[in-house]
Design a protein around this ligand. Sequence first.
Ligand SMILES: [Fe+2]
Length: 332
Amino acid sequence: MYERLLSQLAHVQIVSPKFEESVAFFKTVVGLEESGRDGKSVYMRGWGDHFYHCLEIIEGDKPALGHIGWRAQGPDQLEKAVKRIEATGYGIGWVDATAGRGKAYHYRGPGGHEHYLFWDVTRFTGEGDMAPIFPNRPQRFNPRGVAARSLDHVTVTTANPEEDANWYREALGHRYMESTIADEEAGFGDFVVFAMTTVCERSHDFGLVADFSGVPGRVNHVAFWVDQREELRRAADVLLDADVPIEFGPGRHGMGEQDYLYFREPGGLRIELNSGGYHNYEPDFETVRWTPAQGSNVYYRNQKMPHSMFESFPPAENTHAEDDMAKTTLFV
Ligand SMILES: [Fe+2]
């Protein structure tokens, strides 16, 4: 049975080899707000994000995931979650407060991804021109570019998505909502090539894609939310007018029933926009299993996903891994 220990995906730290270009892109095209900077980081948030930041950008040689930040359901749940992580052997230890959050527990998931779990957060309230006119909003709606409202999910890669999803469920109470196994002709048997979990009411805030590269801790994309499906179509226009190629979409995923649109930020990392989808609150929800032919990825079952979508970050030297992944026909 699901026991809620985490309340939400709070932020994602990404690495960009084109730091200033990435910051400018997220600000002017994606429409995020800059909350602040320190020596190495720029902190950003969507106009509807209530915390100090949902995205932290740091500079590095290659596009990559830095870490993922989760907020606990409460201080007691934080302590309980830490005990459970430590019991699995994946815990690293407590770290001091930093921008946007209080003290946090650092752990590394089975796929090698860095996570921080905390209770105390810094909230954002706009002042001056940013002061909200509605009391339930963190700031005035001041649309710019895509005007993404908030962070939606992060999708990482790992050698065994189902094993990892089960670890996150058992250690931390993520609900394991939906999975895809390869179509029969691909010869992968019952191997799960994509799994998605959630700690909230949305279909997923965490995705796990199979990765045959042998490189731990990689990421496939980071996703942001817009309120309406029509805004996703508008976002496609905004991107094209900003000379940003669209990698895949707009379309609809069967899994989660969310509309999608994928593109790359200047550092090379894949970004997704989402809207639509269902809400689910069941603590005993049984994981749904799909095959690609049923429309797990392409709801309309009428097109293939481009091969480039199998690239994850940092890029793998072994590109055969991506060809192998393509054989799963996951994204038909
Ligand atoms: Fe996604």
